[in-house]
Ligand binder design. Sequence first.
Ligand SMILES: Cc1cc2nc3c(=O)[nH]c(=O)nc-3n(C[C@H](O)[C@H](O)[C@H](O)COP(=O)(O)O)c2cc1C
Length: 331
Amino acid sequence: MAARNVPSQETMRSALALACRAPSVHNSQPWKWKLAERTVHLYLDRSRLLGVLDPCGRELVISCGAALNHARIAFAAEGWQTTVHRLPNPAQPDHLASLEFARLDEVDEHVVTLAAAAAARRCDRRPFLTDPVPRAVLVPLREVARLEGCTLTFAVGDRERRELELAIEHAGSEQRQRPEYREELAAWAGRHASPEGVPVRSIPAEHLRGMPERDFALVAEGELPVPILDDGAVLAVLSTRGDSYESWLAAGEALSAVLLTATEHGLATCPLSQISEGAASRNQVREEILGGTGFPQLAIRIGWPVTHEFPGPLTPRRPVSDVVEPLFPQD
Ligand SMILES: Cc1cc2nc3c(=O)[nH]c(=O)nc-3n(C[C@H](O)[C@H](O)[C@H](O)COP(=O)(O)O)c2cc1C
């Protein structure tokens, strides 16, 4: 029998299961995958919108971009090169991407490593070791972001670091004062046995003094044991040239590439998006960290994880059957 020139439906579903390991804001998993015989289509699921935190859906699109990058890696690891058409239909902006396939002659070992990183990665909200993260490890992270058309800027100087921490802190304290923010956070964080949202076992059991983080303790008591450590995280800002759907999708693809490359190097990571959820913090980061250019999309904490109880729990996902459906229902 001739070799297939498109992945089987079974391969599509297994690659998409890995794609769904992508990070998403509040673990909202705002994606819908539609399968045709020869193509796969990614849609934004607007029913997952966080109306207070993210009224225009920017972080939802970033989350879908991360899933798209995961999907490209997952298919490549199964021997399929993808050609991605981003935002293929201007009349349907929530149709984020169409994927076409070509058989690869051989599977690149590096892609297999990245696919393993996608399966193993999880956000780590604990302090990181103070051991320095060498430049040789940070440079590839900047490079993979650049390849996705985005910029990763490390806040390495004392002044930049302080400014970024202040921006995160200011954004957090403004959000804390809004009852509607707390209500929305409570609806998504502090879950025990739910396939979506941020579970208690991924939230630190103790509030971490001075560490930049989203304050989930506002609404939920965390269960993740936290070692007493000075946090040695490197902080970085992921930014884009524009601030359109295209830019947000690219930011998500870059976020995924950065997190998986970091995971591959044994680093722990956590995205922090408060800096772009309020105009004042976003401007502050643009002026103080990015030299007045570009649009900050989110910050990322990066560092060496504590070995104590590493790696922490994997976060649950919705069943693949909830997020994958035929493009044409009669298929
Ligand atoms: C756009 C975006 C914004 C996020 N913002 C934050 C944040 O501010 N604080 C945080 O702790 N995690 C943040 N996360 C991480 C998600 O909470 C996390 O990906 C989700 O809970 C799934 O968990 P996992 O990444 O461990 O699989 C963000 C992720 C994305 C994609």
